[in-house]
Design a protein. Structure first.
Length: 341
């Protein structure tokens, strides 16, 4: 995508603003919190801190500014051409998108990722920048595959909530002999995913379907995975997601979900749950409070556990505990489980 000088300047400004919010304003707010002392009402304490209004305003304001800059950068770009390589998108024109998905501008992206081809391209560019510009080459997703997924033969890998394919490509790159299928609700994202996968010479099928009712055959997958899907679903759908994943898995098959978990640090956990409301992601807080491990067990999966994930390079850690960091960052974690043989 060719981006003009003025458009690039706007993107750079939005990115720097987000970085300073993360590495300057957030640490200042934490220092004020630690100096103030607090009782059981952490929310009241944090909201009364001098830096809190700036912290809250900048979080939402910088996100809005980012998407305006991204949308301007893709204006006038040609629509993605039909994929002519080995990947393909299988779309379902009769699929009715659920209200919980269409009624929110998720991530504050105007119109949502599902609304148009332009929106899909905006999401593609924005997805690199929302992680503070540190995911330009999708290292984050490759790190998940490299550190959280055992190296062994897989007949079929199913990636739930695949978006425009950034979470799916690394699986095909790592496991060339596996059949890889990406599932998502957004038709424009799936078309773009097929185009980008074909550009990478990756044979992947991207299928439009609900992740809780994929329509794939029972017992057909050796690995079911998702990246940042759990926190996008209403709480009532989470048990159904685990039931569908368990249904898809063959005996001995693996589940690997990458998402967020509470850290036990009251200040950081409050910042994360409030991030959901300021970022138009209403299901983050209830997902983090939910007992998703028990849901996986109730669906018939074993060996269920959450482990911390450090996106800076270590990847999967050996416990649900994160290294101390001063800057604001997501509490990434991986849910592991296995279908009993």
């Amino acid at each position: 995508m060719a981006i003009g000088i003025e458009q690039q300047a706007r993107l750079d400004f939005a990115l720097v603003l987000r970085r300073r919010w993360a590495d300057r304003v957030y640490p200042q707010l934490r220092r004020e919190f630690e100096q103030a002392g607090h009782g059981s009402d952490v929310t009241t304490t944090v909201h009364a801190l001098p830096s809190y209004p700036a912290f809250a305003w900048l979080e939402r304001g910088a996100q809005k500014l980012l998407w305006r800059a991204v949308d301007d950068a893709v204006t006038g770009e040609p629509q993605p051409a039909n994929a002519t390589g080995p990947a393909r998108a299988v779309l379902d024109p009769a699929l009715k998108l659920p209200g919980w998905y269409t009624e929110w501008d998720i991530h504050l992206q105007p119109g949502g990722v599902w609304s148009s081809e332009r929106a899909a391209r905006s999401y593609e560019l924005g997805a690199r920048l929302v992680m503070l510009g540190e995911n330009d080459d999708y290292q984050f997703h490759r790190l998940f595959v490299e550190t959280a997924v055992p190296r062994r033969p897989y007949r079929r890998i199913v990636d739930l909530g695949c978006g425009f394919g950034k979470s799916t490509w690394p699986f095909k790159q790592a496991f060339r002999d596996a059949e890889v299928i990406g599932i998502d609700l957004a038709a424009p994202c799936l078309s773009l995913a097929a185009e980008r996968a074909s550009e990478r010479a990756l044979e992947i099928e991207f299928r439009q379907a609900d992740a809780t009712t994929t329509g794939l055959e029972a017992g057909s997958a050796d690995l079911v995975t998702s990246t940042m899907l759990l926190h996008e679903l209403p709480p009532k759908l989470l048990p159904r997601l685990f039931e569908e994943a368990a249904r898809l898995l063959a005996p001995g098959g693996l589940l690997r979900f990458l998402d967020f978990q509470l850290t036990g640090d009251p200040f950081r956990d409050l910042a994360m749950t409030e991030h959901g409301s300021r970022n138009n992601e209403p299901f983050i807080a209830p997902m983090m409070r939910a007992d998703t491990a028990r849901m996986a067990q109730s669906a018939g999966l074993g060996g269920v556990r959450w482990l911390a994930f450090d996106e800076r390079g270590a990847g999967l850690l050996d416990e649900l505990r994160w290294p101390r960091r001063e800057e604001w960052h997501f509490p990434w974690a991986v849910l592991e489980a296995e279908k009993p043989s």
